[in-house]
Ligand binder design. Structure first.
Ligand code: LLP
Length: 418
């Protein structure tokens, strides 16, 4: 079920008409549905209820404090990749005991911050990182809880920019060398091995790569046990895809059913790191049509939201469905829907067939909740959009639109130019 639906030809977010939100908060505007977030999170909870598990929402997908707060209140932990994400997660009330920290480039200050806060575990991506974390833990008089991120060399069959689990990628430790790495980790004085981590990519729409990767990792866990290295946490990463157009990605329940026979009888706590599948279809980006422009070859619809607001179409050539907020039963047009940014790559859709639009119309870019606002920038000195959360017939501003003065915050004119 989708909480963004038409009623009498008008798109609603839960029980709130989207044009009302655009009128009240302006455009471009991100709108999130609290009930959809709840439903998606609970689908994971329910799917994995038979196993000891922790769902660590991937903060990078959407790091808005209200979203973190909502998910945290449902019991979510956090998968983080920076000190900034740790700060956000803690501030939103997420317990450090449910925070896992991945990423190939953890800085000293970030490691120290995470150790001091007592996170559940560091997902280690290299030998040097492992040693550095051990050293810092030593100076703090702490033991660093770690998992090694294993690169299982599995092709997740997704976009090359968002696949991570192949030998050629910068992520993780090659599975063939994993035992050796674990032996080294065991020799570190201030390190405590507690887990194994894998994450093979994002927007994965078939179960097979998950299962294949898991099988490889379980073989590793058995080998480690033979060496006397006990693994308590099995972090299987995120990556379940969502429907942007005609994909039919597996439901968390299907994933759980497929992997449960593999996990049965093993004393493992499963950690999951879903991002997109929680928040992707819980958000839309609303934009207003500024102009229609007849080009030589095609018509352009110029919207007030562009690649700085939603970078996915530009960066990955990603497809996002775009619909008129009010259906007017006009005939269709084929158009490029572009933003105001001074780049030819600034488009939301190309060659799209959509009900004819005119100046002033509102459009909604669907499935924009994940990697939408969190990847937004101020390029072309555009203040970042406002974000709103809807729950039933209530709506709440959860991030106010930036103002011009936000654009220059922190900038200084050197003495010689004053
Ligand atoms: N865990 C780790 C270690 C990750 O690197 C990621 C995503 C996740 C979990 C969450 O994956 P998800 O469940 O969201 O698929 N900007 C790209 C996606 C990049 C994903 C990066 N890592 C996009 O817009 O498609």
């Amino acid at each position: 079920m989708n909480y963004f639906r038409y009623r009498n030809g008008l798109l609603h977010a839960e029980d709130v008409p989207v044009d009302l939100l655009a009128g009240e908060y302006g455009t471009p505007l991100y709108v999130y549905s609290a009930r959809t977030l709840e439903r998606h999170f609970n689908a994971y909870e329910k799917a994995f209820e038979r196993f000891p598990h922790i769902i660590c929402y991937a903060v990078k997908a959407n790091s808005n404090s209200a979203i973190l707060r909502l998910l945290g209140s449902l019991g979510s932990g956090a998968d983080i990749v920076s000190g900034g994400e740790l700060y956000r997660a803690l501030r939103a009330g997420i317990s450090p005991r449910k925070i896992v920290y991945a990423g190939v480039g953890k800085r000293d200050d970030e490691i120290e911050y995470a150790l001091k806060k007592g996170i559940l575990m560091f997902n280690i991506e290299s030998a040097e990182e492992m040693v550095r974390i051990d050293e810092i833990a030593g100076t703090l008089g702490k033991k660093a809880p770690i998992a090694l991120r294993i690169n299982p060399d599995i092709d997740p069959e997704t976009h090359p920019y968002i696949s991570t689990g192949l030998r050629k990628h910068k992520f993780g430790i090659p599975i063939e060398e994993a035992v050796e790495y674990y032996r080294r980790a065991r020799g570190l004085k201030n390190t405590r091995i507690i887990g194994v981590h894998k994450h093979i990519g994002s927007q994965i729409t078939t179960i097979t790569p998950f299962v294949d990767a898991l099988e490889r990792v379980l073989v590793l866990i058995d080998r480690l046990r033979e060496e006397g290295i006990e693994i308590r946490y099995l972090d299987i990463g995120g990556g379940l895809g969502i429907r942007y157009s005609d994909e039919s990605p597996p439901h968390p329940g299907q994933l759980a059913r497929k992997i449960s026979p593999l996990l049965r009888g093993r004393d493992l706590t499963v950690v999951l790191e879903p991002g997109r599948s929680i928040v992707g279809n819980a958000g839309i980006m609303v934009s207003r049509v500024l102009y229609l422009k007849e080009g030589e070859e095609r018509t352009f619809v110029i919207a007030d939201g562009g690649m700085n607001d939603l970078m996915r179409p530009t960066l990955y050539d990603a497809y996002h469905e775009i619909v008129p907020v009010r259906k007017r039963r006009r005939k269709k047009m084929t158009t490029d829907i572009v933003g105001p940014i001074c780049e030819s790559g600034d488009f939301l859709a190309r060659g799209r067939v959509i009900e004819s639009l005119s100046r002033g119309d509102l459009i909604a870019v669907l499935s924009a909740g994940a990697y939408g606002f969190s990847m937004a920038s101020n390029y072309n000195s555009r203040p970042r959009a406002a974000e709103v959360m809807v729950r039933g017939d209530e709506h709440y501003l959860i991030r106010k639109r930036e103002e011009y003065r936000d654009l220059v915050r922190g900038e200084e004119i050197p003495e010689f130019l004053r």
